[in-house]
Unconditional design. Sequence first.
Length: 842
Amino acid sequence: MALDSGLGRRIAACLCVGWALIGFSAFAKSQDASTIHPELWAAAPSGVLIRPEIETRIDQLLGQMTLDEKIGQMVQADIDAITPEDLKHYKLGSILAGGYAAPGHNVRSTPQAWLDLVDAYARAEVEPDGSGRKPVPILFGIDAVHGHAKIIGATIFPHNVALGAMRDPALMVKIGRATAEEVAATGIDWAFAPTLAVVRDPRWGRSYESYSEDPRLVASYATSMVTGLQGEIGTSDFMAPGHVLASAKHFLGDGGTENGRDQGLNVASEQVLANVHGAGYPAAIAAGTLSVMASYHSWQGTKMHAHHALLTDVLKGRFGFDGFAVGDWNAQEEIPGCTKFNCPETILAGIDMIMAPDSWKQIYENTLAEARSGEIPAARIDDAVRRILRAKALAGLLDEPLPKDRLAAGKFDRIGSAEHRAIAREAVRKSLVLLKNQHGLLPLKPQSKLLVTGPGADDIGVQAGGWTVDWQGDHNSNADFPGATSIYAGIKNAVTAAGGTATLSPDGSFTDRPDVAIVVFGEKPYAEFEGDLETLEFSPADRSALALLRKLHAQKIPVVAVFLSGRVIWVNRELNASDAFVAAWLPGSEGEGIADVLFTKPDGGVAYDFTGKLGFSWPRTAMPVRFDAADKPVDPLFPRGYGLSYHSHTELALLPEDPKPAADRGQPGTIFQAGHPTAPYSIYLVDDLAQIRMTTKLMPSPNGAATVALVNDGQAAIAWSGTGAATLKIAKKADDLSGFAKAGGAVSIRYRVDNAPASSVSFELICGETCKAALDATPIFKSAPVGRWQTIDIPLACFAEKGGDLTKVEAPFALKTDGLFGLTIASVTLHKEAVGAICPGV
Ligand code: BGC
Ligand code: BGC
């Protein structure tokens, strides 16, 4: 196999072509973030993970291990790309089951199938390798970020945004413990949780993974969650059977990127980074977290995975962290000069274990070569391996029986047990925040005649959100959640028992006029960048829930809105159209928790009052709440800490219905404008080596065949170097654009040719991994005058003629060439009427 360790460096050479072509000099690293001021960072009590007898044992192990074995420990692969058979030859340190990975590629596998799979990998790893020594056991990790939610039948806890509103650190410990027990039942060792992001712009698609915008709350929960997952540090409970390793993530400042862009740019001062974004880490470290996961984003121009000062000087130095730093999913590929297959920079910066899902074999070989050549010093490798072995030793893994023979494994009755579900239901009750309760409409009498409606009323997938069953969580139905309860089912149970009625009506129609309508609606599931938003206006493209609220309101039926969302978001219109409004976040599998609070006991007494308080400032407009120099939120609609109870008698006046987005944000139909792709669209660069998502203002494709720069005057400049084919694409989750295409819809591109194409160019529409349609664009770009702005409209129907499936369009715009070519793009939009536009290349 060609394992090209010199590739990264050759890219740097290719880049110069791009620089000369379109003048990228303005994008060179703007600030020197390579040094930090240690005194700004809290010093955490260090040494909590150091046990002399374990250190001695590690000394012995390190003394015996070969360099190959050490490098193996530093690599983590995804089960989709590695087999147990592979582990007989490559003794890796860890494997994970990523968002879409599962036994037999079936995300709906049984817990038994998971245990079988985990056990098969673990057994293969410790098979004798001829060294005469027992190989080091493997660590198996999974994203159990709101319960063991990838596993069918698990207890799914509310997402972190909800838990923050509950303000109950003691219940957090129970949630961590229950999650750990369910993870351990499937033989898995490690949960990639908790997320300690302190989110400052809820347009970020990962906002629901954050407990709060308040660093103190995040810090207190960091202690609770790490303690729950791992057991209490300093006691015999620590990593006892039924506990799993935690991973505090994503280090450091993931919640502070500009415009809330996932994996984007954090430009906060060092002080803000330390005091706001860093707050959770000393707490997690003091509680003994065995791992910390680095973040994809950049701080002041440097990617976190390459940030020596933060990963080494702060995390391991100032914070005294003795566990190991794991990288994020191929995050090494975003470091300048690296590819996902080769990146000594990240190890030198302080990453101890590289998450290399599909790139593990090459990165293993390349890292080994770099260790042999001395490019990565032996001391750095020994330090990384020592940390990994320390975590394994503390977890008991070195001596523990294989997964199937463990005390906590195979206890499938713990998965979704009544006890765990009761904890989740309590968390649901405590996390609900009451924003409006006109004339004391709530609590409702369970003897009432109720209409239950809205797209979230009877949909457990919607109430569970992303990171559920699979990565995006957007293909789940109630059948995927045995033992769980929808919000409607919870309401029905509560009222039927008391002699009331609850009728489910998906469209809100009724024959028998109800006393009250409960409308459950909100965001559809998403994860990571697929959930990024351009503005905080709730659902601008689909106003059906608002129409439903307004219709019922106009009929003078009292309306209770139960709003499901992963974040605080602008809903003034929906608030105006409701009599009572409950922020229910993403409550997970125990939908009854909502009825528990909405209804009185049959005798009229309050059963459970609302106690949830906002962990985030609720925005007054579609733009996020700003924080002033003293870190105070400026003019929110509802401040952090807000939440009514049955004792409040607050009436909410009608709210303004103009969302007031910023001028360059969220124009309808925009895909790229004002120098950025319109969220959730992202720019991707694809070449023969790999595909990469653009997360900085200047990015080469993986092998350097093309380079994109977002330029200061709001444009994207792309230069193809002529070293091979490369595609620029602007994509997001698939959309059905067939109706739009039938109505004459077109993609409109405003562009300027900077350098005429040397070879053929094509427009592409991408509709899935193996689905695309191409139109020849060579004559257009060859004849276009260099340096002059032009606009072209391409009817989407043209792509259907070339075999494109317009019902699942991921990228309505992509451009491919393999020769030298320079182009600047000012905007890409989808617009309805392209008068006179014809198909290019026909
Ligand atoms: C996410 C992490 C996650 C990892 C493994 C990454 O894309 O950023 O939070 O733990 O994938 O699935
Ligand atoms: C994986 C996730 C990962 C994500 C990152 C997905 O394909 O399944 O685990 O977090 O990619 O982009």
